[in-house]
Design a protein around this ligand. Sequence first.
Ligand SMILES: NC(=O)C1=CN([C@@H]2O[C@H](COP(=O)(O)OP(=O)(O)OC[C@H]3O[C@@H](n4cnc5c(N)ncnc54)[C@H](OP(=O)(O)O)[C@@H]3O)[C@@H](O)[C@H]2O)C=CC1
Ligand SMILES: O=C(O)C1=N[C@H](C(=O)O)C[C@H](O)C1
Length: 273
Amino acid sequence: MTDTAAPLPAIVVNGVSGRMGRMLVQVLTGSDKARLAGALERPGHPWVGKDLGLMLGGAPLGVTVSDDPAAALSGAQAVVDFTAPAATVALAPVAMAAGCAHVIGTTGLSKDDIAAIGAAAKQGVIVRAGNMSLGVNLLVALTRKVAAALDADYDIEIVESHHRHKVDAPSGTALMLGQAAAEGRGVSLDEAAVRGRDGITGPRERGSIGFSAIRAGDYIGEHDVIFAADGERIILRHVASDRGVFARGAVKAALWAQGQAKGEYDMAAVLGL
Ligand SMILES: NC(=O)C1=CN([C@@H]2O[C@H](COP(=O)(O)OP(=O)(O)OC[C@H]3O[C@@H](n4cnc5c(N)ncnc54)[C@H](OP(=O)(O)O)[C@@H]3O)[C@@H](O)[C@H]2O)C=CC1
Ligand SMILES: O=C(O)C1=N[C@H](C(=O)O)C[C@H](O)C1
């Protein structure tokens, strides 16, 4: 009897040696919905040309780490990318030319980076989110709703904690939460945001949205949205205790992207929130 089952969607991981790259390998090798079809690292990385499984300290996986995105993406359905802004911006048009969906988890993107990604998405499908977990994307929706229900008597502050290796602040998640709070309140985040305080700052400006960042130890990612008034406080909190939530969300996005119309999407679209 011949096996007529369609092959599983082929997914490539960019930045495969990183914290999220390794977690994605774990999720994809255990998946019955997608398969790990390739692995990318920057040119000059010591893993390039080597078997990925051996580089991870395990059995061979039959996947050779590449530094050639066009070659690695040829024939793949999606590339999942948790790397650095310059690497992500460079990969987007290559993914679109290869007909590959680009799932972007990279944070710390500038306005120009975001515009470049948006331009690339005219040629194919991109899913981009500062946080791929179901919990945070629900928290974003809740934040928008609570902010819409309260007036500026309730001061909004976003406090985030991450591991000592994180290079960008505020976190991508904090910015998503800030954007949702601003939308709920009907203000512009660019105008309302206050990022970090130091020295004689004067009293808090009514209606501002504050951001504070802790970088310490091995926090995976924790976010509080505080609505504080005279006499009461509401605190919405998400705690990530396993990077698997981000990796599983990204694989879900890669599968969801198959067959979508060209354009840039977020995790709310993927999750139907
Ligand atoms: N959206 C979400 O849900 C989440 C987003 N993130 C974001 O993902 C990003 C990565 O996080 P994390 O895994 O912790 O970081 P790491 O520093 O552990 O990993 C980044 C990886 O990207 C690699 N890289 C850098 N430049 C290139 C390039 N040009 N081509 C290929 N690979 C490259 C790095 O290689 P090298 O070390 O050689 O430079 C490294 O392996 C961050 O922006 C983080 O904020 C993280 C978790 C969840
Ligand atoms: O760098 C990280 O680790 C994380 N980055 C994302 C962010 O910037 O919000 C998501 C998560 O909090 C972990």
